[in-house]
Ligand binder design. Sequence first.
Ligand code: ADP
Length: 323
Amino acid sequence: IKSIGILTSGGDAPGMNAAIRAVTRSAIYNGLKVYGIYRGYKGLVTDEIQEFKSQNVSNIIQMGGTILKTARCKEFTTPEGRAQAYENMKKHEIDALVIIGGDGSLTGARIFAQEFDVPCIGLPGTIDNDLYGTDTTIGYDTALNTILDAVDKIRDTATSHERLFFVEVMGRDAGFLALNGAIAAGAEAAIIPEFSTEVDQLEEFIEHGFRKSKSSSIVLVAESELTGGAMHYAERVKNEYPQYDVRVTILGHLQRGGRPTAHDRIIASRMGVASIQALLEGQRNVMIGIDDDKIVYVPFVKAIKNDKPIDRELVNVLHELSI
Ligand code: ADP
């Protein structure tokens, strides 16, 4: 291969810029041409493609968001849209793609790679940490730290008023942000989709945790249809346990922003360099992961639509420490 295209797709995540920088610089270092593709698959379909030099990615490692912009693209889910995308790749003589995104983006990459025999390498870019085969995803650590800052502040007001707070965090059907956020913030409980069918997590928490001896309680709730979200639990408490003064905070999109942490910048840089290495080795259709602090290649089929398990040890830590 002589040239590669790089794009960010789906939900944005802090550290995507560090990944763009790493992929671009590593490709140039190894003698490849690099094309920045704007707005995810949309730019591939509509030909928003620009050659990138080393200076195009100067001074971006510390920035949240993505300089390439990101988007959701309906056309790319159709064979006609993908054919158009392939035409544009040929036009610019782009031989391979590096896609930074979440489950949906890598699903698109997998289908595209099969249809057109294009080598595609994925980088896990999502705050949700829901891709299988990698310890963490780019953006997750930053989002976790943002949640901590917010919950620390909520704790001040919760304690002053002796209230029960439900704080809703992102996760899109994965409980990593809620569970680890709860552990790190010293929250009383986490309600996560992984256990939504197993037990009534509210009942469990009320029995275990919310006692009057505590001046406040904070429960992190993962947004998900399976949990029903923080509002759902607040309503339940109002009906079933009217003695409690309950409040809801939905953290929302502030979780996606901000300067990436050292951890996210480092894994984004390592994964970016590894993506070029993988292409030069003839790898295709794999996601780059970091497992046990080592770079690994995870086939798309394994990385996507594969429920990444929540470690029971974490659940136990939260449970023991919230007495
Ligand atoms: P994320 O990558 O954050 O999970 P989405 O699920 O919104 O975000 O997916 C991002 C984009 O990936 C979609 O807008 C679409 O262009 C592409 N995509 C997702 N699923 C498919 C699919 N099954 N086939 C083709 N493209 C897809």
